[in-house]
Design a protein. Structure first.
Length: 95
């Protein structure tokens, strides 16, 4: 009699635990789908904003007023190119 009661209670608790785990997995799967949709939307918006920022940068760099306040930066490669041109001119002038 005691063993029958034990098996009945353990069977009932196993069924309740299984149902609880199924409900938790169901909600977790829905949350994962929503998270995936949100991440996809954010990725698309980041791509759009990146294109916007690149276009804005190009427009600003081509703006006369912007170039007046912020002149173009001379990089090392540009200075090397200029110095090599100067050296070539000096060699030609020395000949």
């Amino acid at each position: 009699m005691k063993s029958d009661i034990f098996f009945f209670i353990s069977s009932l608790s196993t069924i309740v635990l299984t149902i609880f785990i199924c409900v938790v997995f169901f909600h977790l799967s829905r949350a994962a789908k929503n998270l995936h949709k949100i991440s996809e939307a954010l990725r698309d918006n980041f791509k759009d904003s990146e294109d916007f920022v690149v276009e804005l940068k190009e427009r600003l760099e081509n703006n006369l007023v912007f170039r007046m306040f912020f002149p173009p930066v001379v990089t090392k490669q540009q200075t090397k190119t200029k110095s090599s041109k100067i050296k070539k001119n000096e060699k030609q002038n020395n000949k």
